[in-house]
Each structure stands twice: as C-alpha cells, then as structure tokens.
Design a protein around this ligand. Sequence first.
Ligand SMILES: Cc1cc2nc3c(=O)[nH]c(=O)nc-3n(C[C@H](O)[C@H](O)[C@H](O)COP(=O)(O)O)c2cc1C
Length: 211
Amino acid sequence: MSEEKTVILRVDSSMRQHGSVSRELAEYVVAQLRADLPDSEIVWRDLKSGVGHVNSAWRDASLGSPATRSGEDRALLAQSDALIAEVERADIMVFAVPIYNFSIPAALKAWVDMVCRDNVDGATATFSGGRERQKQAIVIMTSNHTRAGADDEFATAFLQFILRFIGCTNVNMIDVTGLANDRADIIRAAQEKIETVCKATVSRNISAAAE
Ligand SMILES: Cc1cc2nc3c(=O)[nH]c(=O)nc-3n(C[C@H](O)[C@H](O)[C@H](O)COP(=O)(O)O)c2cc1C
C-alpha cells in the first residue's frame, strides 16, 4: 500500500463570503472526507479574490519553450504553475460552484484556463500532469432558480468534461439548484447525498492507494 497521504483540494468559487451555501456544503464534504481520511492533507484554493486571466503576454509566455523562458515570462506564468501543482498533487477535488448567468463563475473559468495551460493552442488531448493514482471530484452546484440539467444550464456539461480532462476518473455532481424554492429540503437532500458520495469516494481512494 502507498505510504503517500491523500491530498484533498478544495476550490471555492462563490463570491459570497458569508452565508454562502456552496461554501457551507463544501465544508461539509471536507469534514465527511476527513472523518474517514484523518491523515489527509487539505489544500484550500479560494477564488474569491479572482484569478489572473489569459492575456496576450500570458499566451505568448505559455507557448514558449520552458527552457528558454525569460524571468518575465516565468513571473507571468507563476500563478498558473501554482494552480497546476495543486491539481497535480490532488487525489480528491471538491468544487463549490454557484451558477452565475447560467454557467460557472468567471473566476472558476479563469482557474480552468490557468490549469489547462497545455491546451493553449487547443490541440491537447489530455492533461499532462498528475499523480499515478486516480483523481476524483465532488462538485457542489448551487443556484437560486436555474435547475441542473435544464436547457438553460451550461455548467454541468462543461465541468464534467473539464474535470475528466484534468484527470478525474470519477466526477460526482451534488445538485443544490433551485434554492429559491425549497431551500431547506434541497440542502437536506444535498447533505444526504454528500454523505453517500463521500463514503464511496473514500472507499475508491483507499482501493486505489492499495494498488
Ligand atoms: C453574477 C451572478 C449571476 C447569477 N446568475 C444566476 C443564474 O443564472 N441562475 C440562478 O439561478 N442564480 C444565479 N445567481 C444566484 C447564485 O447562483 C446563488 O446566489 C448561488 O448559487 C448561491 O450559492 P452561494 O450562497 O454559495 O453563493 C447569480 C448570482 C450572481 C452573483
């Protein structure tokens, strides 16, 4: 069995810092995982202050060869390097994602662009980095009205695709959409689903570590 400890990466993308449902449920996910993986390391990436966006200089720097990059290029790519390293180390990723204008928050899309740097020319079939062990993802998706799976909901398909692209063999969506209607019931149902999903995630993680 591998001696490496499990790394849990939590990524928050709600711009609400107090009373945020997605943050509270992400906290609940992490607590559930920690209960069964007490030695795990938690890495918390909070996108509340935003993430650098791809611009012209960043694109040029990313396309250059790593061996010949100038100090300026390396500085431009430093945040991307840090975010990629967090993803590479993670065994389990927990995303707190409120729906913003029928899709994911801009900060989370910027995070994706920083992490998927290898795909900057659009020709990359798979993400290059990562541990040998499988990665898993748990996504808490909240909204007031837009329902998961509805014709006007564009977050789920993108997240499922991109999380597989960055190496998650298992992506679990926790539907917390429609909070404006049955808030208490929706949150209670989400907590129940989280408990089941976390047990299954831990079990898969332990099996993968033993391989
Ligand atoms: C910029 C912005 C855009 C939003 N767009 C939508 C939307 O398209 N559909 C919807 O139901 N709620 C929308 N909302 C509401 C959020 O989805 C809701 O407040 C959030 O999911 C609650 O999670 P939180 O408490 O973790 O922020 C939007 C909120 C913001 C700030």
